[in-house]
Ligand binder design. Structure first.
Ligand code: EPZ
Length: 422
């Protein structure tokens, strides 16, 4: 198992290239199942989660490989085993995104019910409600979701809102399934995330007829078949936001490339409120912070609100602000595994249910800490770069799930991170 040894404090300075978006690539790779032929997806980051989906797609009968340019080829000509095995699915909740395309393509799908994870329960009731509305029969068998639609799917107006608002992968599943349904589907309370827009653009390239991208209402005219295409995924806005905080927390200066500030308005709003300077550039931004950090309140919401995937990273920054900040987590109310670890580094954060009260302190002090989930782990790296002394972070495999070569990227701009196998 790998650990990080991180010396601080450091001041980052340089240029960082953001990788392609994991959360765009995953549903786009799954939607390649909808076409009989070879789709090519570019700029897919080399991450543990992507590798799990490659394995899963192969287990269904697809031929999946990366070429010499690192582009992913998915040949879904033959899908002869529409069953997502538990021992693969349990490795990544997002595996659920094969359900919609499999039911639409094969008329049948079996996918292990994803379990919970460190950030909370990961129910899929809205996914199943949506597929049922499209005419699929759904039942549970030995922990597997079994969905059948022997006569195909039929378009319908479907409300996909839940207690926490829209669902990203739920929208993806219903969007993918409805492209081959008979007639028109309208998805109300659809997720508006840029990753869903990127998925819809990929599907439209394949011959789907989707309108309303970026809005809570998606309209899909069903078609008879889709064709394989090439596509480059968008930059990863969550990785970009993580590096923006890295510049701010080390009082450094970073140029961040391959990200769109248009997709990060809420993030820019909070960072500027905290005293971070963000100057737009042609393909990203330059982030600097020189003065004190100003406390700010933040509530995570569905897009275009502040993303829950950057909540832990912003908390690390606010932990050093001149005063108290309130963080309200409205998407995953239990997503605070990082609080105890930051407090081990002399932060002063108190959790009250879905709220964290962050009382700013002068500095983080290095300590041995443990990663718990993907984004919390990235936040601990940020804290460790600002901390005084050498921090050891264990279980960094969590970081490898969502950040490509994070220590290489950060060391290239002044961080002091050593990865060791223990
Ligand atoms: C996607 O997960 C992302 N993952 C998550 O990023 C992200 O945190 C999340 O969206 C929210 O933005 C991928 O895209 C691969 P949801 P998803 O369905 O789609 C509840 C990361 O770090 N809900 O939008 O699984 C759910 O419990 C990961 O890259 C239901 O109640 O999340 C949550 O409270 C972590 N019923 C809320 O909705 C359902 O059927 C939003 O979840 C589905 C969801």
């Amino acid at each position: 198992m790998d650990i990080f040894r991180i010396d601080g404090p450091v001041k980052l300075d340089g240029v960082i290239n953001v990788s392609g978006s994991k959360n765009a690539a995953l549903p786009i790779m799954a939607s390649a199942l909808l076409a009989r032929g070879n789709s090519i997806i570019k700029d897919v980051p080399k991450l543990a989660d992507i590798a799990v989906l490659e394995m899963l797609l192969s287990s269904l009968g697809a031929k999946v490989h990366r070429d010499q340019n690192d582009d992913i080829h998915i040949d879904a000509t033959t899908i002869d085993n529409p069953v997502g095995e538990y021992d693969i699915v349990r490795k990544m909740r997002a595996s659920i995104c094969i359900l919609g395309p499999l039911v639409a393509r094969c008329g049948r799908a079996e996918v292990s019910m994803p379990g919970g994870c460190a950030i909370g329960d990961r129910p899929v009731d809205i996914h199943l409600r949506g597929l049922t509305e499209l005419g699929a029969n759904i039942h549970l068998e030995n922990g597997n979701i079994v969905a059948t639609a022997p006569n195909g799917l039929t378009g319908k107006s479907i409300f996909l809102g839940g207690p926490f608002g829209s669902t990203v992968l739920g929208t993806a599943n219903i969007l993918m399934a409805s492209t081959l349904a008979k007639g028109t589907t309208v998805i109300e309370s659809a997720a508006c995330e840029p990753e869903i827009t990127d998925l819809a653009n990929f599907l439209n390239k394949m011959g789907a007829r989707i309108t309303g991208m970026g809005s809570p209402r998606l309209t899909i005219e069903g078609v008879d078949q889709l064709k394989p295409v090439e596509h480059r995924v968008i930059g990863d806005r969550i990785e970009a936001g993580t590096f923006m905080v890295a510049a701010a927390i080390t009082a450094g200066k970073l140029e961040i490339k391959n990200c769109s500030l248009n997709d990060m308005v809420a993030v820019v709003d909070r960072l500027e409120k905290i005293g971070v300077r963000i100057d737009p550039t042609e393909d990203g931004c330059i982030v600097t912070r020189s003065g004190r950090l100003i406390p700010a309140d933040v509530t995570t919401q569905t897009y275009p609100g502040f993303p829950t995937d950057l909540q832990a990273q912003l908390m690390a920054l606010l932990a050093l602000a001149d005063g108290n900040s309130i963080i309200t987590e409205k998407i995953f109310p239990d997503r605070f595994m990082h609080v105890a670890e930051m407090n081990r580094m002399a932060a002063n954060i108190r959790k009250e249910g879905p709220i964290a009260i962050v009382a700013g302190v002068d500095r983080f002090v290095a300590a041995p800490i443990m990663a718990s989930d993907l984004r919390a782990s990235a936040a601990l790296v940020l804290a460790a770069m600002a901390a005084h002394g050498r921090t050891t972070i264990s279980r960094v495999y969590h970081i490898d799930r969502g950040y490509e070569k994070i220590e290489e990227k950060l060391n290239a701009v002044g961080a002091k991170i050593i990865r060791e196998s223990v």
